[in-house]
Design a protein around this ligand. Sequence first.
Ligand code: ZN
Length: 615
Amino acid sequence: MIMLKQAVILAGGIGARLRPLTDKTPKPMILVNNRPFLEYLIELLKERGITEVILLLGYLPEKIVNHFGDGSNLGIKIKYSIGEVTFETGKRIKNAEKRLDKHFLLMYCDNYVPIKLKELAEFHAKQKTLATVTVYTNKDGIRKNNIYVDKDGFVVRYDRSRKNPNLNGVEIGFFIIDKKIVNKMPNDNFSFEDIIIPKLIEQRQLSGFKVDHRYYSIGSIERIHLTEQFLKPKKVIFLDRDGVINKKPPKAEYVKSWNEFEFLPGAIEALGLLTQNGYQTFILTNQAGIARGAMSESDLNDIHEHMKQILEKYNAKINGIYYCPHGWNEECECRKPKPGMFFQAAREHNLDLSKTIFIGDDERDLQAGNAAGCKTILVNSEKNLLDIVKSILKLNNNKRNVNYETLFNSILEKYTKSCKSRYLVLIGGCSQSGKTVLAQKIKENLIKKGIQCNIISLDNWIIGLNKRKGDETVRERFQYKKISEAINKLKQGKKIYPPVYDSKSRLIVSEKSSTPLYIEEHGIGIVDGVVALDIKDLRDISDFSVFVDINDEIRKKRLMEFYVNYKKYTAEEAKRIIVPREVDEIVIIKKTKDYADVIYDPEAYTSDEKSNKNI
Ligand SMILES: [Zn+2]
């Protein structure tokens, strides 16, 4: 087994085909969903265990260097080898020779595929060639082939003009290269693809690692759009049908009509939960009953129509159904344990299978899921679909950290789809974490979009200092009942006059504000408060919730500054207030993170967002 820790990315070209996009921007910095494409590639490499990236630059190198620096923002080591714009690929690689590992991953800067790096390395070791290249099998013919891999895994033909009819795949980079190749390379200016690849083929030293997963590219303007769809963060679940969603018929029997279809306990609820939590769901099912004449395709479609109708009543949506109608002896590509249906669904919906979970119920499902590169979970007598879905949701609850852009877009998207007359967003989190700043920012951006928006600060319902005993928890300092009543009124379109709390004196200075608070029809109310997510009544009537989560050290520093600089307490006094409060924050408030749709850390993405603006 070889150790593959280093990736080398060819990122020095002018990107002539992408003009005018590349007039002032080097190709790898082209924005895809507002992030430079190269960021996605580096993230992919990091996830796959690569620890060092060497970027081979030529055209506008400073734009790339300024953005990525030493890579510490992305948690990976990034180094640069900068050459002339006129350097061809071979010279660029040769130029970096001294920094290269014994084996390294060589990539282009414009192709993305959820590469199975471990399998690639294993294949390379087994082939014992000096190099291995990744080849897209191109079963959907998205572009003309340019390479031929023989049955033993060796590349025997390579035709960059794509004219040879006798080819069986598309070369997409992701090479494993033995450094010996680079040592023997000349020092002059030459193309790696034109000179070295043919040589390797001739010496039977180039293997072809075939992948069925569709690759995505920014090689031309038309393709950037698809790539954008593909790289958009999304949550996807694939499901087997019989034995997962409905009761499995006995062996060699089939569910032939709707009256033979019986939902398994918890299945409807599970699918509803997935839809409500923003998951897309696809069913992939073997239905050999069709090949065996037990039922027709139209019988099957009829069953699925009925099934979808029932599910819709429970707000559960199935985004697509794929079935294999073939018998086991037909040797089709789609019958599980083969992964054909997975790749088809992924291609048709631009999905990343390495980020998809497949829930099945038998060994064939497990094999198919693994071959497709999905994470596979099986239901069994102890764990039904509902149990699995709940644990997936819980798991992902810890990972829903989003940047501001995603946060704002999710609010907007959910609002646009919602038919409610008044929409409610909750912003909760510990004190001094940045909730109010976030609420203001969202409000401003909503108003720019022409959406009426008001902020409802829960601080108005704090009990005044003069009415406290001093040992209240955060739940007692805020008047939960009054808050629920007030916000329910707002939701119904009524005007309210909340009490006015002065944070400096910590007193209620007026029982009734002079200006009313209301949410206009089709407007959005943003509830801003430490306890926003702790009040069940609010959670029940809200449409979207955010937990603002900031590093504790930063928060404590801010809290101290707030009391000392703004409220003019001495450091001692401030501590006396802050320390007991921390118990509240940790025991009560932090737990409300579980209720949030998304978690937002105002510090985590700032450098990222700033640099995006510079481009
Ligand atoms: Zn099939």
